[in-house]
Ligand binder design. Structure first.
Ligand SMILES: Cc1cc2nc3c(=O)[nH]c(=O)nc-3n(C[C@H](O)[C@H](O)[C@H](O)COP(=O)(O)OP(=O)(O)OC[C@H]3O[C@@H](n4cnc5c(N)ncnc54)[C@H](O)[C@@H]3O)c2cc1C
Length: 464
């Protein structure tokens, strides 16, 4: 029962599983007593179902969120199904005055939110949305022509020139609700986010602790030491040289504003760490850029952004048995290229891969093997704990050459040279891929074949 004289508020959690720096939660609490809701929606039109590793993360992230909310006296109700109708029903059932949420930027998710807004307003309830996930709303930063950016550097300059709000403090709690006032929900286990056998996820559990408090703790480590060496260490998979905060940012345990602000303060206060903090901020801006691209180009997960690549002769495992077997070896980390194999093993064992190795592993698949980028993107989607539709598809398109601000096609990473440069003692490779395998392609010849395929595409387009 809501004993407060103020009207009940519903806080709808989605990709923002945190209590601090959460504009929707802060506003809900300022308006009245709050019940929190999370709805697992894998069925609204166009919503891409989560991959296995992401589901594992979400399960534990929700457990951690529930505990953090409990400390604030906020109950968390879990549901499953089409989110707009469930949310509207909950608002009706609880007689809530308003539903608060932080915005999402994918077209299918925005469609759900728009339907929820319309239905809630139809019921005479308020629907209030807030900017909580990106440093800037994608429609706020525009080129002089009024369009979205397609190139990172001008986007980053515009971001740097704009005002980015400071993070919001953690909210104070509220009086505990009596159970009678809380609508029925599912048990966390009923969301069925964990796989039937825990064998594979044991590696994820050994590596990660999903949640707001562990994310903030890791940020402190980053500020104390990792940021300082970031310029020299960020490309080294053999070192703990990057923040490893991508899953925490993906699930919103850590707000981008909090990280941006903390790095900015570090740069201002500690000249020794300044270059590293600024470089890490720049990387963080890539996350915003990927979402900016996706917002302005909703076809990003499905179509080449550079449409000339529609004429590229990609190969698909379904069409060629040998290619199918190469793709399997790539997935298992048995390509015979140590750095790629270590990366793919790191991905399988921990649900994460170092950025440098992601680029090299992706390049082997889409360039040396000429396999369509969607094949690799889907594997990453299923196996990454930080799998996010904008960052994953934008980066795959970047490596493939079909993206907006893509690597030039002739840039084919040589995994052997990359290993020498970025894993000089071979410790990353021996940690994750100690057994050598027979190389599946000749690097020199397959690079020439890829460049030839690119020329064939240009020829088809009448450009050469
Ligand atoms: C083929 C490919 C697929 C990728 N798929 C994803 C994905 O699904 N989800 C995801 O979050 N990142 C993805 N990335 C980007 C990047 O590899 C990871 O964000 C990075 O490895 C995270 O490590 P970190 O947290 O230590 O990064 P740091 O170097 O510490 O950077 C700080 C933060 O900046 C952001 N960031 C850094 N680099 C990028 C980038 N290139 N693109 C977007 N954001 C970036 C991340 O949120 C990261 O946590 C992909 C990259 C490639 C090449």
């Amino acid at each position: 029962m809501n004993q407060s004289p103020l009207p009940l508020q519903l806080m709808w959690f989605r990709d923002d599983l945190r209590t601090a720096d959460n504009p929707a939660l802060s506003s809900a609490l300022a308006a009245g007593p709050v019940i929190a809701v999370f709805i697992l929606d894998q069925q609204s039109p166009g919503i891409r179902p989560l991959g296995g590793a992401a589901k594992w993360w979400l399960h534990h992230g929700l457990k951690s969120l529930r505990a953090a909310l409990e400390d604030l006296g906020i109950p968390l109700v879990l549901r499953k199904g089409p989110a707009d109708s469930i949310m509207t029903e909950l608002a009706r059932q609880t007689n809530a005055q308003a539903v608060h949420w932080n915005r999402r930027y994918g077209q299918p998710e925005r469609a759900v939110d728009t339907r929820a807004k319309t239905a809630l307003r139809g019921l005479g309830r308020e629907a209030r949305s807030y900017p909580g996930t990106l440093l800037h709303e994608p429609w706020e930063l525009l080129t002089k022509k009024g369009t979205g950016y397609k190139v990172f550097t001008p986007f980053y300059n515009a971001l740097g020139d704009s005002a980015i709000r400071p993070p919001l403090p953690a909210p104070l709690g509220q009086d505990t609700f009596s159970a009678a006032g809380i609508p029925n929900g599912l048990e966390l286990e009923d969301l069925e986010l964990l796989p039937a056998t825990a064998q594979w996820t044991a590696g994820l559990a050994a590596q990660w602790e999903p949640g707001e408090a562990p994310a903030r703790h890791r940020l402190e480590n980053v500020l104390e030491s990792i940021a300082q060496d970031y310029p020299e260490h960020h490309d080294r998979p053999d070192l703990d040289g990057t923040s490893a905060l991508s899953p925490a940012l993906r699930w919103g345990h850590l707000g981008a504003h909090e990280m941006w602000d903390a790095l900015g303060r570090l740069a201002a206060e500690n000249p020794k760490a300044g270059a590293g903090a600024t470089a890490m901020r720049r990387q963080l801006a890539w996350r915003d850029f990927c979402w900016h691209l996706y917002y302005h180009h909703p076809q990003l997960p499905d179509r080449n952004l550079r449409t000339d690549f529609d004429h590229f002769d990609w190969v698909w495992p379904e069409q060629d048995q040998q290619v199918a077997s190469y793709v399997q070896l790539w997935q298992k980390g048995r390509t015979g290229f140590g750095l790629v194999d270590a990366g793919m093993q790191q991905l399988w064992q921990t649900g994460w891969m170092h950025n440098r190795v992601r680029m090299v592993a992706a390049s082997l698949l889409v360039k040396n093997l000429q396999v369509h980028w969607k094949v690799g993107e889907r594997w990453f989607w299923d196996t990454l704990v930080d799998a996010d539709i904008a960052s994953n598809t934008a980066n795959w398109q970047w490596v493939a050459g079909s993206g907006a601000d893509a690597a030039p096609y002739f840039r084919v990473f040589n995994p052997e040279l990359q290993a020498k440069k970025f894993d000089p003692q071979g410790s990353y490779v021996s940690q994750f891929a100690p057994l050598a395998a027979q190389p599946i392609v000749d690097l020199k010849q397959s690079r020439l074949d890829a460049l030839d395929a690119y020329d064939q595409m240009k020829l088809r387009l009448g450009e050469i």
